[in-house]
Design a protein around this ligand. Structure first.
Ligand SMILES: CNc1nc2cc3nc[nH]c(=O)c3cc2[nH]1
Ligand SMILES: [Zn+2]
Length: 371
């Protein structure tokens, strides 16, 4: 049996589930910290696990360029290399390559590009992306696709989606079935219902272990993202995980869980941790702001992270102003802890069928702003 998904409960369109992989289980809804180059930046893997994260994301694009997928394989695979014994999802590299704009050349068969690191030439095709993810030993492999940019006219969105569907079929053929390992397809079609339907049907015909919603969180805004989810998510099989790629802020995640999404990844909590932004139940704090310099309180007295257990806002403000490495470490840890606390809250609310109340109090707190 490849990777398996159990539906454990639901509350409206929201689902509580469990994914079983070769390297362990994932309670859903789940947030995946981004570990781009084989590290969740500024965090020890043990610390990532302590926040409650069960699965991390690795980027094929970065790892194929440095240190190289063959080298990671020769050293025992990405789990051993980065000392993350739990499940790993790798993306296909397509999204990063597409953002290389002038440095890449797209053709019907794949993408040729120059490494921004050393100018060397590389090529990604559906088959080579699957092979790289196998060498990395990813528990969940993502199909090689083109993330259609936004805004876009319908004919261009159709052309782009149909290319991704061809690539999805080729990736499925190239994927090596192994118990506990799975391949996810990615639905495209931008904000056009007919194209989203064509894409969902094409992927279901091919058959995948999970279905991602791609082509969102690309500038369309929360309202258009939610309205696209409203009609796209119901098109996806209920007995498989659904993954919304690149999302998002806490409010985006809450709204997407309400609409039936099970998995998320976003650089927001880690990147913001390095730019002095703290996420809290009362909204976001800019810890660089001078108003924190005498504040003896923790960022969030309910939070179990080291920053909130042992330090004041004044200390974090000082570390940031002094550009101390510990500032980025503590804020990253706090943000990842907060994201996992939100996911744990969502899972509990779905289990007890009190999601609407939970969301109402989440939104009330967020609107209150910091005291
Ligand atoms: C940060 N926003 C965002 N990150 C994404 C990654 C993706 N990968 C593959 N395919 C996608 O459509 C896709 C969309 C995305 N949006
Ligand atoms: Zn904290």
């Amino acid at each position: 049996m490849s990777l398996s998904y159990q539906l454990l409960g639901s509350d409206g369109a929201a689902r509580r589930g469990r994914i079983t992989t070769a390297h362990g289980t994932i309670e859903t809804p789940a947030f995946m910290p981004v570990g781009t180059a084989g590290t969740v930046k500024a965090m020890l893997p043990q610390s990532v696990a302590e926040t409650g994260a069960q699965i991390v994301l690795g980027n094929t694009f970065h790892l194929m360029l440095r240190p190289g997928a063959e080298r990671v394989a020769a050293l025992g695979g990405l789990h051993k290399f980065m000392n993350w014994p739990g499940p790993i999802l790798t993306d296909s590299g397509g999204f990063q390559v597409m953002s290389l704009k002038e440095l890449r050349k797209l053709d019907p068969d794949g993408v040729t590009f120059r490494s921004p690191k050393d100018g060397s030439q590389h090529r990604l095709t559906p088959e080579s992306s699957i092979e790289i993810q196998r060498l990395l030993d990813a528990d969940i492999t993502m199909s090689f696709d083109e993330c259609t940019s936004w805004p876009v006219e319908e004919p261009e969105a159709a052309f782009s989606m149909r290319l991704s569907m061809k690539w999805a079929a080729r990736g499925r053929k190239a994927f090596t079935e192994r118990p506990g390992y799975g391949l996810f397809g990615i639905v495209q079609g931008s904000t056009f219902p007919a194209l989203r339907e064509e894409s969902a049907k094409a992927l279901i015909d091919i058959g995948f272990d999970g279905y991602a919603v791609g082509g969102l969180a690309v500038g369309e805004g929360q309202e258009l993202m939610f309205s696209t989810l409203d009609y796209t998510v119901p098109m996806l099989p209920a007995d498989r995980p659904r993954y919304l790629m690149g999302v998002g802020r806490p409010g985006d995640i809450v709204g997407a869980v309400k609409r039936g999404i099970d998995m998320f990844d976003c650089v927001m909590p880690t990147r913001s941790g390095r730019t002095a932004q703290a996420f809290t139940r009362r909204g976001e704090l800019n810890m660089r702001n001078a108003r924190h310099r005498d504040d003896p309180r923790p960022i969030d007295e309910h939070c179990a992270c080291p920053a909130c257990k042992h330090h004041s806002r004044a200390y974090l403000h000082h570390l940031i102003r002094a550009d101390e490495i510990l500032g980025a470490m503590l804020l990253t840890w706090h943000n990842l802890q907060y994201y996992q606390d939100v996911m744990r809250g969502l899972r509990g609310a779905i289990e007890s069928r009190t999601l609407d109340d939970w969301i109402a109090s989440f939104e009330r707190d967020q609107a209150l702003g910091d005291i």
